[in-house]
Design a protein around this ligand. Structure first.
Ligand SMILES: [Zn+2]
Length: 665
């Protein structure tokens, strides 16, 4: 049945173009695993990059010379639309070829179910070597964010951690494109023989806008634009590398933004809530192997959900049946392309604020937004979506509403069951044992329209940035004001709790964090923050219970597992502690604290030679830790290695001294 549909959607003219991997006049190979010249695939995702900043889409600001060159050698989709204005949700769609309603990533912290089709895994199974190189903690699977995204990747290069007081964002939660690129090029240098799939994610256009020089000075009053120029320059360096290493021609390169940026459009400062073109219209370019179809432009609507099926069909493979997008190949060079409706979903307003979620449908030039106050725009005459035609075009709006509902129903069908509740049953039981009121699974749909509260969303975003910058003091009055006015806003309770926690007021942080969890039991970040506060106030057992929920639901959340293990170590459960520390070290062999704790536990247990490798590792990973060298010295002593012990003891003393010298006399 699927084959029938595929054949029907491809007219004969375009069959000749398929697939990229074989010459146009040859039928597709029957033995795809034996092809020596399988094209490489590079997916570049530009975070937070608006379509209207691209030179190849008509921008005159000169921000994107490298992308413009790439576009001239590839196929440009002029009207490409994101399925969600938020990083993990959109990337899940890009990589899975499915809608958020199916893949289940609806907000930060959601977990990608293993049964969802996934482009990296599909290519890996085809013999591709696969590497992910991401620019932000938001896409780091080990930190409770992009859980499940590592599937199918040989290498997932991330390694971020939550910002500690005084730490720079670039040293903790994100990194410059050129830093990520360094890892990309190192990996490419090792993989020039076989076909590879590389995903390169650039975060630099994301707020808070902090473009490096010389781009900052080149665009002095437009830091967002400067960030895009930097992103373009960094992609240009990757393209130069590919060209100079003979990799450019035989590589299928796809460049897309996950979403854009509102920059004040409709009152939204950044992105995540609204579904207008500022955040949903995105750049999308396919550069095919051999520069085939170079210079083609497709005006018909494309969706990011189509990206993965297009890549696979371009490689001569049949996309998995569960992928919901449609290959865009048949649209290229087609004088009568199919105008496909494009669906976008914004759940952040509901998940973080308790307001209505938004869903939109683009059909031709019309944009319909389903909301408590529905919206309908004619983007042909009103490209900025300023004039809502809903009141005077009720019949048309009603038709779109029906079309949207059936679209949502269709793409929701067969969605993996496990994600429907957000939390597993055991975790729910644990929460209710901890005194949380069980939340109704399907509460009434909120009638609060995000349009009417966008200022609150902007304020919460600013508050989160202020907290990250160590200015939590300045936002506490605002957060108190918001929760007093509306205690149901989860984000406000969450940030208030974090603000207190960062200030060291752990006891004060507990009530708002508990409220945040009550409002959203599956908000695991709130549970993480609460567990830390409970730990700090000495309530180790309750802290452990929350860490257990985190580890049960996100086995790859390394920090949570380490924290749980350290509580076990302090509460007379050394076996459980050791078991979990070993899991941490299997995932992160260089985890300093896990090495130190496990080594010290083994030492105190009298198993000195077992302790040694962990203590040596800890001292090597954090060579400036006096404690690590002191513990190592203790162990060497017990092992009868006097010279080593003396050396480590001296090092521990030496490291202790500067801190003592700094103390005022
Ligand atoms: Zn993003």
């Amino acid at each position: 049945m699927r084959l029938m549909r595929r054949v029907l959607t491809l007219n004969l003219f375009f069959l000749a173009l398929l697939p990229f991997v074989t010459a146009a006049d040859k039928p597709p190979s029957k033995v795809p695993d034996k092809q020596p010249d399988k094209p490489n695939v590079i997916l570049v995702t530009l975070d937070t990059v608006r379509a209207d900043r691209m030179g190849f889409l008509g921008a005159k600001k000169g921000l994107t010379p490298h992308l413009d060159t790439l576009a001239s050698q590839g196929v440009v989709f002029e009207r490409a639309y994101s399925q969600a204005p938020i990083t993990p949700v959109s990337h899940a769609t890009i990589l899975s070829g499915t809608y958020p309603q199916y893949h289940g990533i609806r907000n930060f912290g959601d977990r990608l179910p293993p049964s969802v089709p996934f482009l990296p895994e599909v290519l890996h199974n085809q013999g591709y070597r696969t590497g992910a190189f991401v620019g932000s903690i938001i896409l780091d699977p080990k930190n409770g964010f992009a859980s499940g995204f590592e599937r199918g990747f040989d290498v997932y290069n991330a390694g971020f951690h939550r910002q500690k007081t005084g730490e720079k964002r670039e040293a903790s939660m994100q990194r410059r494109g050129e830093v990520t690129l360094g890892h990309v090029l190192e990996w490419l240098g090792q993989h020039q023989s076989g076909p590879f799939f590389l995903w390169f994610h650039l975060w630099d256009a994301h707020d808070p806008y902090n473009p490096p020089e010389p781009f900052r000075s080149r665009f002095p009053n437009a830091p967002y634009n400067a960030g895009i120029a930097y992103v373009d320059d960094t992609v240009g360096k990757l393209l130069d590398y590919l060209r100079s290493h003979g990799l450019y021609d035989n590589t299928l390169i796809v460049v897309a933004a996950d979403h854009g940026e509102s920059l004040g459009d409709h009152g939204e400062l950044t992105h995540s809530i609204f579904l207008y073109d500022a955040t949903i219209h995105v750049p999308l370019v396919f550069k095919l192997p051999g520069n085939r179809l170079a210079g083609q432009r497709v005006h018909a609507a494309a969706s990011l959900v189509d990206l993965a099926p297009t890549v696979l069909e371009g490689l001569g493979q049949t996309p998995p049946a569960a992928m919901q997008g449609h290959s865009l190949l048949a649209q290229i060079g087609n004088p009568n392309p199919e105008e496909r409706p494009s669906l976008s979903t914004g759940d952040h307003s509901e998940r973080s604020f308790g307001w209505s979620s938004l869903v939109s449908l683009r059909v031709g030039n019309k944009l319909y937004v389903q909301a408590p106050s529905p919206e309908l725009y004619n983007l042909a005459s009103d490209p900025a979506a300023k004039s809502n035609l809903y009141a005077q075009s009720r019949a048309m709006a009603a038709r779109f509403a029906i079309q949207l509902d059936s679209f949502v129903k269709r793409v929701s069908t067969g969605a993996p069951q496990a994600l429907q509740d957000g939390l597993d049953e055991r975790s729910r039981e644990k929460l209710s044992a901890l005194g949380y009121v069980a939340s109704a699974k399907a509460g009434p749909v909120s009638r609060i329209d995000p349009k009417d509260r966008i200022d609150v969303a902007n304020d919460m975003h600013d508050a989160s940035l202020a907290i990250e910058e160590g200015k939590e003091e300045s936002v506490i009055p605002l957060l108190l004001h918001v929760v007093a006015k509306d205690p149901q806003i989860q984000a406000a309770q969450y940030y208030l709790g974090i603000a207190y926690s960062r200030r060291g007021n752990f006891a004060q942080a507990i009530p708002p964090l508990r409220k945040a969890i009550e409002l959203r039991p599956d908000a695991l970040m709130a549970q993480y923050e609460l567990a830390i506060c409970l730990y700090e106030t000495g309530d180790l057992n309750t802290a452990a219970a929350h860490f257990e929920i985190l580890v049960e639901n996100r086995p790859d959340w390394i920090d949570a597992r380490y924290s749980m293990a350290s509580i076990y170590a302090r509460t007379g459960r050394p076996q459980d502690a050791a078991k979990n520390l070993l899991v941490v070290l299997e995932s992160e062999p260089d985890h300093y604290r896990a090495n130190l704790l496990l080594g010290r536990m083994l030492f105190l247990n009298g198993t000195f030679s077992d302790a040694l490798p962990y203590l040596e590792k800890a001292a090597a990973v954090q060579a400036d830790s006096s404690e690590a060298h002191a513990f190592l010295a203790d162990d060497y002593e017990k092992l009868g290695r006097a010279a080593d012990a003396a050396r480590e003891r001296a090092e521990a003393q030496r490291l202790k001294r500067p801190a003592a010298a700094e103390k005022p006399k």
